[in-house]
Design a protein around this ligand. Structure first.
Ligand code: AMP
Ligand code: MG
Length: 527
């Protein structure tokens, strides 16, 4: 399909109220869900990378991808006929505090297409200039954070994790000053635009904002829109929404959210900024900022230096935060329900359902056919204590576990996943051996063929993840004009569960130089 024949449907702008003002200046926007705004054109747009396979799925063939108009479109320098770009209005709790109106300060939705393969998909440019929601920001995104979003969202997708997608990464030709670590060392950085794609960019904060203003009619409209479009199977056939429909919708949002968090825990992903404006109503991973991947297993780790003292968004706290965020969403829709009890009951179930999904996930990581109750729980928690006791690479450990057998020497087998061999005391070794003996006995209970078990384990324990230092290496090369590493990472992370011998070096633990390096283990919200 060529670009000029793309049809834009835009259910959101057709059905929800627009900000009546059309000038592009910062303001409080009330009784509206979005503002019309055009991307800002840039000095010298160029394409850095296209997600070719995803573009094809969207119906954009190779000729279309190579069309110079595609580069212009993906960098905010062209608008197609039928496109009416807009920025969404939403609020959010940031680090536990209500922040009021936030909105798409540097994201502009180009429009929605109805694709044959993937249904409705909205194309959004991140970093395409100021919007009425830019507040004190410049509406721009730098290359380093754009590379991180571009690579990570696709890595997540290929790991089987719900996420927004990324279609392209373009340079704008412009530069902007950023103080990367908020330490007074500001510098010029190249600007980039990522085209993100999702069936819906509505967030918890989209509902929270009108609720905070007492605009019950808009809350109702938004929830009903989300039911009709994000959760069409819940929409009443006669169009008559009831309290039951709203509750069912909330239950489904909870369900998708718990599924997403369990996936994050499975692969060692730490979002880093789980503010309610960064929580998708669809339960997709959204807004890749100072996220990080677990190298050595540590439930207390956060990559986000802005959160260093509180560690609110640490790896092991992601479930509790998701629950807290869902409580805020429950509060926001309370006027539609009128009673506390049914919402409270869904929230109590949330914790139970999360636990069940987590147990099932852990059982699968360990190669068990199914979760078998408290003995398995003890195996899980003892393993986590073991992994945290000495610095152990999470990804490598689970991958090696699949090929362990009792005839092997444990230390020899797992040696590659330890960061500090000097931590391996005889006491630790004894604990590891004891745990492995229990583990073996538990495997014997399942009587699964070991090749089958290994295959099962390797389909949930990735070999390749976007280790923080790998992304940083790609960024440092790209900042010198060499984009090859972006392509390499994209290709290898397309098959994260496969042995890819030619890429073996990407499956190694974090090198020592990256332990405390900015960009590798320390990131800020400056992007
Ligand atoms: P984040 O923590 O990246 O999700 O951003 C929180 C809010 O700040 C959102 O409303 C963003 O749109 C906005 N924001 C972040 N960076 C910028 C920027 N450079 N220019 C304008 N708005 C921004
Ligand atoms: Mg955000």
């Amino acid at each position: 399909m060529s670009l000029n024949t793309l049809q834009f449907t835009d259910r959101l702008t057709a059905q929800l109220p627009a900000d009546p003002l059309t000038e592009n200046s910062c303001r409080s926007v009330e009784n509206a869900v979005y503002s019309w705004v055009l991307p800002t054109s840039t000095s010298q747009p160029s394409m850095v990378n296209i997600n070719e396979s995803f573009a094809l799925e969207l119906g954009l063939d190779t000729d279309t991808q190579n069309d110079p108009l595609f580069t212009d479109l993906m960098s905010g320098n062209a608008i197609l006929e039928g496109m009416k770009p807009y920025a969404l209005c939403y609020g959010g709790h940031q680090f536990g505090q209500w922040a009021g109106q936030l909105g798409d300060g540097r994201a502009i939705n180009l429009g929605e297409i109805n694709t044959q393969k993937l249904g409705f998909q909205t194309l959004q440019l991140k970093g395409a200039g100021k919007t009425p929601y830019s507040r004190r920001g410049d509406g721009l995104a730098v290359l380093r954070s754009s590379i991180r979003e571009y690579l990570c969202s696709e890595a997540m997708y290929n790991l089987g994790i719900p996420t927004t997608r990324a279609l392209s990464l373009a340079l704008t030709g412009d530069q902007v000053i950023r103080d990367k670590m908020y330490d007074g060392n500001a510098d010029f950085e190249p600007c980039a635009v990522v085209c993100r794609v999702s069936p819906s960019f509505l967030r918890f904060g989209s509902i929270q904002l009108p609720a905070s203003r007492g605009d019950e009619a808009l809350v109702k409209q938004l929830v009903e829109f989300s039911i009709n479009n994000d959760y069409p199977h819940l929409a009443p056939v006669d169009g008559q929404f009831t309290i039951e429909t709203y509750l069912n919708w909330f239950k489904n949002v909870c369900d998708n959210t718990s599924t997403m968090i369990v996936h994050w825990m499975r692969v060692g992903f730490v979002h880093g900024v789980m503010n309610t404006d960064n929580m998708s109503l669809l339960g997709e991973t959204i807004d890749y900022g100072p996220y990080g991947w677990i190298d050595n297993f540590d439930l207390g780790w956060t990559p986000n230096t802005t959160d260093e003292s509180q560690k609110r968004y640490r790896f092991g706290g992601q479930f509790q935060v998701s629950q807290w965020n869902l409580f805020q969403l429950a509060n926001a829709i309370f006027p539609l329900i009128g009673e506390v009890e049914p919402l409270q009951s869904i929230m109590s179930d949330y914790a139970i359902i999360y636990e069940q999904k987590w147990q099932k996930m852990m059982a699968s990581k360990l190669g068990f056919v199914d979760y078998q109750g408290t003995t398995d729980s003890a195996i899980f928690s003892d393993l986590e204590n073991l992994l945290a006791r000495v610095e152990t690479d999470m990804t490598l450990f689970y991958r090696l576990l699949s090929s362990y057998s009792s005839s092997k020497d444990a230390l020899q087998h797992f040696k590659d996943c330890y960061y500090n061999p000097e931590q391996l005391s005889s006491d630790y070794l004894q604990q590891l051996t004891q745990w492995l003996t229990r583990y073996q006995a538990r495997l014997n209970f399942d009587r699964l063929e070991s090749t089958t078990r290994q295959k099962n384990m390797n389909s949930v324990n990735p070999k390749y993840v976007l280790r923080n230092y790998l992304a940083q290496q790609a960024i440092e090369l790209a900042e010198k004009g060499d984009f090859s590493e972006i392509e390499t990472l994209k290709s290898l992370l397309a098959f994260p569960y496969d042995e890819q011998p030619e890429y073996q070096r990407y499956a190694q633990k974090r090198p020592d130089w990256a332990r405390d390096k900015v960009g590798c283990s320390m990131l800020s919200c400056s992007s």
